[in-house]
Write a protein that binds this ligand. Structure first.
Ligand SMILES: [Mn+2]
Length: 338
């Protein structure tokens, strides 16, 4: 378990705390920021959650979601100097991943940045503020880490906090199915269930509350799967037109790449999605037994993440992304056989 002493001292010494996470927030991101905010409320600390992107519809059942503000709705005054004395970045270790252009300008007046994350880190260089990092890449989720932090701080984990944390763990482990589940993950989940939340309810909300547009967009993505024999990759894509025709939003594609990844003959899977900004984002997945570290592929394309679940964003077109990945994977195999 990481040492939380610095983080605890920082939180105790701060009165006005800004809570941030990564763009396109997932269940762990939203569960983490909400649980943090509810916990800080209980400590009588002023706090705000500000996000870049809207939370996915399937997470709207989470308690405290009305506390979330969005950058696009705020004026410069709302983020003026001295408004915050601490910024906490949860489930995200890189400033770029917040998707907020002037992120350094927002953090600078607060002077202190606390990062709580389970993604392997990359250095933040030349920052004009003090950075305290609590990173545990062996933890299933930021939510699992926050449970440990709250416990060490003797913060009462209410039913609402437990609901947010359990949802974060549940989603980041694919419903307790991924390789990141440790005995401790299950112990923490059990502790959280004792406070009231039910896993079947969370599962119902996350996995079994699909809309017709989302099922249609999944159908398109699945019908289009191709395999690349060079790299052993199974790949599919969804462009803006597909989303429009199905009336679906991008976040409704979450989970598709995991289905693609169930193809046992392929070594890893990739789903490419076109966004409004002309950029294409890629989600990569693999399985332990398949022996591919997809974070290396993501790094090769300017992204990052975990060994078995990573992502990237690029302005390249689909064809060149696929051939780049093919190149990256076959080069790696050559290197290791040399
Ligand atoms: Mn996470």
């Amino acid at each position: 378990m990481p040492n939380f002493t610095k983080a605890i001292n920082l939180i105790k010494a701060s009165e006005k705390i800004l809570i941030l996470t990564h763009k396109n927030p997932d269940g762990d991101a939203v569960g983490s920021v909400l649980s943090l905010s509810l916990a800080l409320d209980n400590l009588n600390k002023n706090n705000d959650i500000i996000l870049k992107d809207k939370i996915p519809k399937v997470l709207e059942f989470l308690p405290g979601k009305e506390k979330i503000k969005y950058f696009e709705d705020l004026s410069e005054d709302d983020l003026a100097d001295g408004k915050y004395d601490l910024v906490i970045l949860a489930d995200c270790a890189e400033l770029e991943r917040t998707g907020v252009e002037n992120i350094e300008e927002i953090i600078k007046p607060a002077k202190n940045l606390l990062i709580i994350d389970h993604h392997p880190e990359r250095e933040i260089t030349n920052a004009d503020f003090k950075i305290t990092k609590i990173i545990n890449s062996r933890s299933s989720s930021a939510a699992e880490m926050l449970f440990e932090l709250f416990t060490e701080m003797e913060i009462k984990i209410t039913k609402d906090i437990a609901q947010c944390l359990l949802t974060g763990i549940f989603t980041d482990t694919g419903g307790f199915q991924h390789a990141n589940v440790s005995p401790r993950t299950l112990e923490v989940a059990a502790e959280l269930m004792k406070r009231g939340p039910r896993i079947n309810k969370i599962s119902q909300n996350i996995f079994n509350s699909k809309t017709i547009p989302s099922i249609k967009i999944w159908g398109r993505a699945l019908a289009r799967i191709e395999t690349d024999p060079e790299s052993g990759m199974s790949v599919s894509y969804i462009d803006k037109q597909d989303l429009e025709k199905c009336g679906a939003s991008r976040d409704e594609l979450s989970g598709v790449v995991n289905i693609i990844n169930t193809i046992s003959d392929s070594k890893f899977s990739l789903l490419l999605t076109e966004g409004d900004d002309q950029k294409i984002s890629g989600s990569l997945r693999s399985e332990e037994y398949k022996g591919v570290d997809v974070s290396k592929i993501a790094h090769g394309l300017g992204g990052g993440g975990h060994k078995l679940a990573s992502g990237f964003e690029t302005k390249d077109d689909i064809k060149s992304i696929v051939s780049k990945i093919s190149g990256l994977v076959s080069k790696k195999e050559k290197d290791s056989s040399d």
